[in-house]
Design a protein around this ligand. Structure first.
Ligand code: PGA
Length: 247
């Protein structure tokens, strides 16, 4: 936690759920959202963004997407632009997730262009960084994260950063609390050095095998201002339990 920053618990639903399942999950999250010590965000697949934004409108649960194109429109078959997401009711967009970086060869420069597009469209970007296992074992985790921040964030960045060690995503493994705290401190220093006082107020989320059982300890660490939750966000009780652990 960072004094003065309200935690955010964000669910990254990845490529899961029919519209009916997504609606039921969103309803269950909304039903349990009152009085939690964190803001809540759910990020369904593109296809469900408009329906969920309508379903959750006016309530405490925000809706985001998992990617956007860097251009506002054009000949980009299969892509969705940031203005389209805003128009559909999204307020946030996850960018540079390691699965996008790996599956779609997204470089830091591509991620930066997408972050710029999100900002221009009035979306809050959730920019993801994190080292691979080989990089961690090679002692390069901090350098990798610094480089990703330098190259993935534009100079006018305003948004959320998520630290997700690639080797912790979906594996049930997490870094030690000391390792999480160390990287989050590095991210905070980097944000403050680059963006001044605004960097002090930016949320830094941890992601990678966050569960009800480990959330309290992780969310209590300095500079951990919430979580980006994959697998556990697909079970409403687990997602809500993680949010409850933010207090
Ligand atoms: P996980 O995924 O919680 O299933 O590890 C996190 C993420 O990829 O955002």
């Amino acid at each position: 936690m960072t004094p003065g920053i309200r935690p955010l618990i964000a669910g990254n639903w990845k490529m899961h759920g029919t519209l009916r399942e997504a609606g039921a999950l969103a309803e269950a999250v909304r039903a349990g959202a009152a009085g939690l010590p964190a803001d809540l965000l759910v990020c369904p697949p593109f296809l469900h963004v408009p329906s969920l934004a309508a379903l959750l409108a006016g309530g405490p649960v925000a809706v985001g997407a998992q990617d956007c194109h860097a251009a506002t429109k054009g000949a980009h078959t299969g892509d969705v632009s940031a203005p389209m997401l805003r128009d559909a009711g999204a307020t946030h967009v996850i960018l540079g997730h390691s699965e996008r970086r790996a599956d779609h060869a997204e470089t830091d420069a591509v991620v930066r262009a997408k972050v710029q597009a999100a900002l221009a469209a009035g979306l809050i970007p959730v920019a993801c960084v994190g080292e691979t296992e080989a990089q961690r074992l090679g002692g390069e985790a901090e350098a990798v994260v610094r480089r990703q921040l330098a190259e993935s964030l534009p100079d006018d960045f305003a948004g959320i950063v998520a630290y997700e060690p690639v080797w912790a995503i979906g594996t049930g493994r997490t870094p030690t609390e000391a390792d999480i705290a160390a990287i989050h401190a590095t991210i905070r220093e980097t944000l403050v050095a680059r963006f001044g006082p605004a960097g002090q107020g930016m949320r830094i989320l941890y992601g990678g095998s966050m569960k009800p059982g480990n959330a309290k300890a992780i969310l209590a660490l300095p500079n951990v201002d919430g979580g980006l939750v994959g697998g556990a966000s697909l079970v409403s009780a687990d997602f809500l339990a993680i949010a409850a652990a933010a207090g």
